[in-house]
Structure formats: structure tokens, C-alpha cells
Design a protein around this ligand. Structure first.
Ligand SMILES: [Mg+2]
Length: 260
């Protein structure tokens, strides 16, 4: 155990999922404060990488600050930013019909995109509370007219204090079914997210670790990018659920609390 912890702490780069690793809803998880301070004081490179596309890095920074942790905005990377970067590389200065919240809208504008509900290049769907029949109907018809369908992240649901909340894959499903077109998803486990994260950290694959609480996104994404993975049991996955998957994380700990 001590040896495993030593190996993990010797890594230069840390790619860290947020929900289930850092906090649960609005509750900070044990040891997180000490873990973040340790990374800062030890000169580690770290990036909080979330599949959630609702919030901007600034809003995530504010959320952590409210929970008592202050790290710069550039330590956050979301599936909304990854989606905007991906679209800007596929079709620079394009247009999109967006069903999503501030995190996604802001990211797309910042990457040179404009909104368009007549003949957009893309229909982009992300995590949102503003979702309606009219929006689905318009999106379906835009896709049928040739707009490409993009989802920020393939999560079906996410944890909230009252239970779970439908996430992007569930929100985009009616558009896929009615249009007969399948969406392309950018967030984890798409290895694109890990490649971008590594580039931002400037560390090598071998010298980096992915810390997450989900087997199907965090662990799979690290695995497919050949980065060591640490599954923490402080989120959605329990110890006996690991065996239900055809792949394994490299390390398993109770939470980041074990690292401090
Ligand atoms: Mg998580």
C-alpha cells in the first residue's frame, strides 16, 4: 500500500475528475484540501477534468472557492471546452444550434462559433436545465437538413443531492431517435479529452496519472490513452463493481484522502 502511494505521488502530472473525487454535489470530500495543497507545494502539474458541460472554468473555480479551495481557472478543463476546440479544428468559424448552458455557449463563442437556428453546421447538445419540446423539435429538423449532431459527453445521468439528473446522452437520445442520426460524443471516454489534458499539462503519458471514480469514463479513458489510472471509491463505483468490467484500473484507493 505505501509503495503504491509512493509510486502515485512520484508522478509529475495529475488529471483529476471532479464529481466523486473532489466533491459530491456541494460537499467537499475528505482529504481534498490537503491533497490540492500538497500538489501545489510539490510543484505538481494538475488539471481538473470534468465531463460536465454546464459550467465555465470560472464557475468551477468559484464553486471550489466556496468549498474552501482556491486554484486558478486554468486548472479546469471541461467537455464543453473540448467540444468547442474539436469543432473549431473540424470547421473553423462555424455555426451551431446549441442546447446547453453557459459553459457550452461560452466555450463555443470563445472558439469563434456563432449561433444559428436556420442552417447551422452543427447541433450541439450539453448538460442543461433549459430543455424543451420546441428545442428538440428544431434540433431534429436541423439535423435532417444536414447539421451534424454532437454531444459534449456520453453520460446518461449524473449525481445530484436529490438522486440523479439526466445528462447529455439522455437529453440527446430523442433527437437521435427522431432524426435517425447518431451523435458523436467528445467527452470522456473519448481519448481526445486525455490527449488535450496531457498537452495542457506538458507531462508525458508515463509520468501522469488519471484519478477518477467511474470505470466507464475515467478508467477507460486513461486506459485507452495508455495513462496509469487510479480508481477512487469515494464516488459512484464500489469495490465489488470493478469486477463487472472487462478491464481494470491500475490502482484502487478509498479516495484522495489515502494520498495525504
Ligand atoms: Mg466523477
Amino acid at each position: 500500500m505505501q509503495q503504491i502511494i509512493g509510486t502515485i505521488k512520484n508522478k509529475a502530472g495529475f488529471i483529476i475528475d471532479m464529481d466523486g473525487v473532489i466533491y459530491h454535489g456541494n460537499k467537499l470530500l475528505p482529504g481534498v484540501n490537503e491533497f490540492v495543497s500538497w500538489m501545489e507545494n510539490s510543484g505538481k502539474k494538475f488539471l481538473f477534468l470534468t465531463n460536465s458541460s454546464e459550467r465555465t472554468p470560472r464557475e468551477l473555480h468559484e464553486k471550489l472557492k466556496r468549498l474552501g479551495i482556491e486554484v486558478g481557472e486554468d486548472h479546469f478543463y471541461t467537455s464543453a471546452l473540448a467540444t468547442a476546440g474539436f469543432l473549431a479544428s473540424q470547421k473553423p468559424d462555424g455555426s451551431a444550434y446549441i442546447i446547453g448552458d453557459a459553459g457550452l455557449i461560452h466555450a463555443l463563442y470563445s472558439s469563434g462559433y456563432t449561433t444559428n437556428n436556420v442552417n447551422p453546421d452543427y447541433v450541439v447538445v450539453g448538460d442543461t436545465h433549459s430543455y424543451s419540446f420546441d428545442k428538440i423539435e428544431l434540433a431534429v429538423n436541423l439535423v435532417l437538413k444536414g447539421a451534424r449532431l454532437i454531444g459534449t459527453n456520453p453520460d446518461v445521468s449524473g449525481p445530484v443531492e436529490k438522486g440523479i439528473t439526466p445528462s447529455t446522452k439522455a437529453l440527446i437520445a430523442p433527437i437521435e431517435i427522431a432524426s435517425g442520426k447518431k451523435a458523436y460524443f467528445v467527452g470522456k471516454p473519448n481519448p481526445l479529452m486525455m490527449r488535450i489534458a496531457l498537452k495542457k499539462l506538458g507531462t508525458s503519458r508515463e509520468d501522469t496519472i488519471v484519478i477518477g471514480d467511474r470505470m466507464d469514463t475515467d478508467v477507460r479513458c486513461g486506459l485507452e490513452s495508455e495513462i496509469d489510472t487510479l480508481l477512487v471509491l469515494s464516488g459512484i463505483t464500489s469495490k465489488d463493481e470493478i469486477d463487472k468490467f472487462p478491464y481494470r484500473p491500475k490502482y484502487v484507493l478509498n479516495g484522495v484522502v489515502d494520498l495525504v
